[in-house]
Design a protein around this ligand. Sequence first.
Ligand SMILES: [Zn+2]
Length: 83
Amino acid sequence: MTWTHNTSPTCDLCNAHDVQDEQHVLLHCTHRYVVSLQKTHASLFSSAGLNNVSTFLGQENNKLDFFLLALIVFYEQASSRTY
Ligand SMILES: [Zn+2]
């Protein structure tokens, strides 16, 4: 499942040529805004198991909701710009 409705499933926000799935968006996207969000919420990325989306989303960290919300808003805006 991709986050945007583009015909191409690869992420159009970075140059990784990765499929824009949850794992890419949460952990691997190199778009500068996503990277800055990851830095702002660095405590979310300090624990082990970060290649596993369900482990990441299962963290007991009160920053997780803020990080996810900011990401979702960003991707919604980014994908609507392409129309
Ligand atoms: Zn990306």
